[in-house]
Design a protein around this ligand. Structure first.
Ligand code: DLL
Length: 440
């Protein structure tokens, strides 16, 4: 491919549509989707009535701000199928969140939804650099989590050869990637790192294999982590975003061309950013909470779903030629934000300081404890194999990291440097925070 040829796209016409045509398409679809949700889902109808709005009062995209939000509590209250807009018999697939706090969140898909999902995942993978004919090594977990099957059907739709390996059995994963000649690795960034470590331990240099791109998402990660993964795996690492309540993966994807923000698939979703406190819409470019309305979903239409994810949008032209708005990285969920002695901290900010720090491996956990009336934060980091392991050297390294964290994010914490392999490894979404505050 010469530098001048446009990048491959799965649906070029819609992905490069002029923004005014895209807005007109969104408005048409939004009107239809609001009317559909109102008619088919009593819970949504009641919410609209309580807010004094009806679908036919929407004249412009901005009018969406008058409609009520939906959030996780709506899904939980309607557990398991209460928000479905179609009879259960028309739902061909269910997925669910792990539900660490109470009932899981259940989502459903009609045949048309599954088709749409495959198309959007084919677009997502192409955006990330995959081509028909590529071998796609899919290490996202298969099961109720949307990652595994989402990537699986998208890769097939694009015309790739899928290796449905799921998470775990990491040594075997390395062997299969090498022997089959994987071109695309799909995994959470933390699991990709685990794969890189295990490969190194096996004496396999993944950077020398045929791998070209990593499609990494399902958890927040940082630019230093991207650089680390790219160097170790010899790939371009691309960020993929999505959430089950809206679809699963396939809501937004970074392009391998610019690697600078994730194109949200605006022909199927309406994106808003609101102030997380006042819930008022924020203008393009301002950071706040991402709110998504589905424009074409059948089984589970969502109106103004509060993702709790913090990001900002950009409608600046992108080097890849796609016109769809970009999510400029997702820092993490509002609920993931830690408040340590009055300072707001996201785990991904801590990660950005730790990854690439001389002498540290890119593995960490944040432990929260009580120190009298105050919350205290301890960072458990891990030294690299070639860093000195004596107590004095570890204490010096810990002090350096502590100092850097204080100057970069303004937070005072304790850093403990552990021996190689002592920080737990991830096989899916990494557990970044261990909250020991509630324990007696
Ligand atoms: O994580 C869907 C997915 C699978 C996305 C595979 C990408 C790749 P849930 O399990 O419902 O769905 O979790 C959704 O994970 O609201 C974010 O808080 C977080 N998240 C997902 N992708 C990213 C990302 C899948 N790229 C929740 N960056 C979302 C930061 C992410 N956070």
């Amino acid at each position: 491919m010469s530098d001048k040829s446009p990048p491959f796209m799965f649906e070029r016409e819609v992905e490069t549509m002029p923004r005014d045509s895209l807005a007109a398409l969104q408005l048409r679809r939004l009107k239809r989707s609001l009317a559909y949700a109102y008619q088919k889902v009593p819970h949504i109808r009641r919410k609209f009535e309580a807010a004094g709005v009806a679908p036919d009062t929407l004249g412009s995209l901005a009018d969406i701000a008058r409609f009520p939000f939906t959030d996780k509590a709506d899904l939980r209250d309607a557990y398991p199928f209460g928000l479905f807009a179609v009879p259960r018999e028309q739902v061909l697939r269910l997925h669910a969140s792990s539900g660490t706090t109470g009932r899981p969140t259940v989502v459903g898909y009609t045949r048309a939804d599954l088709d749409l999902w495959s198309d959007l995942m084919a677009r997502t993978l192409a955006c990330a650099g995959a081509r028909p004919g590529d071998i796609v090594h899919n290490a996202y977990g298969y099961g109720l989590f949307t990652g595994g099957l989402g990537f699986h059907y998208g890769a097939e739709r694009l015309g790739c050869t899928v290796v449905p390996v799921s998470g775990g059995g990491t040594e075997r994963q390395v062997m299969l990637m090498r022997d089959f000649g994987a071109a695309i690795l799909c995994a959470t960034p933390s699991y990709a790192l685990n794969i890189a470590d295990i490969a190194a331990g096996m004496g396999v240099d993944i950077a020398q294999l045929s791998l070209r791109y990593g499609a990494f998402g399902a958890e927040p990660w940082s630019e230093p982590m991207r650089r680390d993964l790219e160097a170790r795996l010899g790939i371009k690492a691309v960020d993929i975003y999505g959430l089950s309540e809206i679809l699963g993966p396939g809501v937004a994807a970074e392009c391998h061309v610019a690697q600078n923000g994730l194109h949200g698939w605006e022909d199927h979703f309406l994106f808003e950013i609101v102030d997380p406190e006042t819930l008022k819409p924020l203008p393009m470019g301002k950071a706040g909470e991402l709110v998504v309305t589905t424009l074409t979903k059948e089984a589970l239409p969502m109106v103004r779903y509060r993702t709790r994810d913090i990001t900002r949008l950009s409608d600046e032209p992108c080097a890849c030629g796609r016109t769809h708005v970009r999510l400029m990285r997702v820092t993490g969920r509002n609920d993931d934000m830690l408040i340590i002695r009055g300072v707001n901290v996201y785990p991904s900010q801590v990660e950005a300081v730790l990854v690439g720090f001389p002498g540290l491996a890119p593995h960490y956990q944040i432990v929260l404890t009580r120190d009298g009336p105050l919350d205290a934060m301890t960072i458990e980091a891990e030294r690299t194999r070639d860093a000195a392991g004596d107590a004095a050297a570890c204490a010096r390294l810990a002090a350096d990291v502590q100092h850097r964290l204080k100057s970069m994010i303004g937070v005072s914490c304790t850093v403990v440097v552990k021996a190689p392999d002592e920080v737990p490894r991830s096989q899916g979404k990494a557990v970044r925070v261990r909250d020991e505050r509630k324990k007696p």
